[in-house]
Design a protein around this ligand. Structure first.
Ligand SMILES: Cc1ncc(COP(=O)(O)O)c(C=O)c1O
Length: 389
């Protein structure tokens, strides 16, 4: 008997792969063949998780903390997260409004699962973090990708939101600082958007995964409003990508439904990781994290002018994250082909703009400064040789 393969759901055809994974696979193949490749493609810091967090994780495993926690997370961790809002951002947050999730990814899925369904629309910036439109699709909702440019610091504005909102709009999703541009939304604009959303019964979701990696200006958390869905994570500032831990702050009315969703979708976030994260807020850990942040800032301050001098256009200096989103139209109108050439001929792996949307995507590249300064300097020397030929 010839087995007949079951049909997959229609949504599967709409979930695009990351092109960066092709770049990464090719980069690894080149490396295996003996080539030196400088990795500026992947969106994760090169630093190891700080030792106090690792030690706390090991201790948790040894102490037998290997069972489920409650679906909303460990009480101590929810309290510690609320405490971080008070100490770092001077915002009072009720621990009862914190959901500990498997990464910001889990938080985004929970928020969109709570708020959206068939036919509903979610407004988000293009370019933006690619998974967001796929999370919306997974919920049978529609991501409305709003083209943004330098004039608004690559962020949504109230004007853009008003122009794209329809009676089907259920949520507005903002990431600040943004991936791929590293640019932050102006606090006054966010306040205007917040008030408009509140007046229209539209949910505001603010992804602050890069907020603690803000190099210029004040870190403004949207948690100052208790009706906003605020997404954050231990992945980036806390250097814990592989531990899969994040959180969602939600309005009080949403908590019972979110608890039900969390119970059903993933039962709980990883228990050893939750115990490890309790050490993330200790002063010694925060000192380590701040020195890594200072190193990231120094890399930005090196790479931003270096790329600009070489003809890449980066109209807005990114305030945070670890990305530079560069217009490469001086060299190409096909950034995917350009990314392949950069990899093959210059040994530099970077991400083509198509991973982040469709608005002028073929004219942009994202460079993640997740390599030490000497490697970034080597990358620029290799880029010079490449551009000369
Ligand atoms: C803007 C943004 N949000 C969410 C995520 C997901 O992060 P995680 O699930 O590792 O916390 C990422 C990862 O790159 C991101 O860039």
């Amino acid at each position: 008997m010839n087995p007949i393969q079951p049909k997959t759901a229609a949504r599967i055809d709409d979930i695009a792969p990351f092109h960066v994974m092709d770049i990464l696979a090719r980069a690894q193949a080149l490396q295996a063949a003996g080539h030196d490749i400088i990795h500026l493609e992947i969106g994760e810091p090169d630093f190891a998780t700080p030792a106090p967090i690792v030690e706390a994780g090991i201790a948790a495993l040894r102490a037998g903390h290997t069972h489920y926690t409650g679906a909303l997370g460990l009480t101590e961790l929810r309290e510690a997260i609320a405490g971080f809002y008070a100490s770092r951002w001077q915002v009072a947050v009720e621990p009862a409004r914190v959901v500990v999730t498997p990464g910001a990814s889990g938080a985004l899925l929970l928020a969109l699962g709570l708020l959206t369904g068939p036919g509903d629309e979610v407004l988000m910036a293009d370019p933006g973090y690619p998974c967001n439109r796929h999370f919306a699709r997974f919920c049978e909702a529609r991501a409305v990708n709003v083209p943004v440019d330098a004039s608004s610091g690559f962020q949504l504005t109230l004007d853009l939101i008003e122009r794209h909102a329809t009676s089907a709009t259920r949520a507005v999703l903002i990431a600040s600082p943004s991936n791929p541009t590293g640019t932050a939304i102006a606090p006054a604009e966010l306040a205007r958007i917040h008030d408009w959303c509140a007046a229209h019964g539209i949910a505001l979701i603010v992804d602050e995964i890069y907020l603690a990696l803000t190099y210029d200006g004040t870190e403004h958390s949207a948690a100052r409003w208790d009706d906003v869905f605020v997404v954050n994570s231990f992945s980036k500032f806390f250097l814990m990508t592989g531990w899969r831990l994040g959180w969602l702050l939600a309005p009080a009315w949403a908590m019972p439904a979110l608890e039900r969703l969390a119970q059903n979708l993933f039962l709980a976030a990883p228990t050893p990781a939750q115990h490890a994260a309790l050490a993330a807020f200790a002063p010694t850990t925060l000192n380590i994290l701040e020195s890594c942040k200072a190193e990231l800032r120094a890399r930005r301050d090196f790479l931003l002018p270096a790329l600009r001098e070489r003809g890449f256009v980066i109209p807005v200096a990114p305030q945070g994250a670890f990305y530079l989103y560069a217009d490469c139209s001086r060299f190409t109108s096909d950034s995917q082909a350009f990314a392949n050439q950069l990899l093959e001929l210059a040994g530099i792996a970077a991400t083509p703009g198509v991973d982040f949307g469709s608005h002028r995507a073929t004219r942009h590249m994202r460079f993640a400064y997740t390599q030490p300064l000497p490697r970034l300097a080597e990358a620029m020397a290799q880029l010079d040789r490449f551009l000369q030929t």
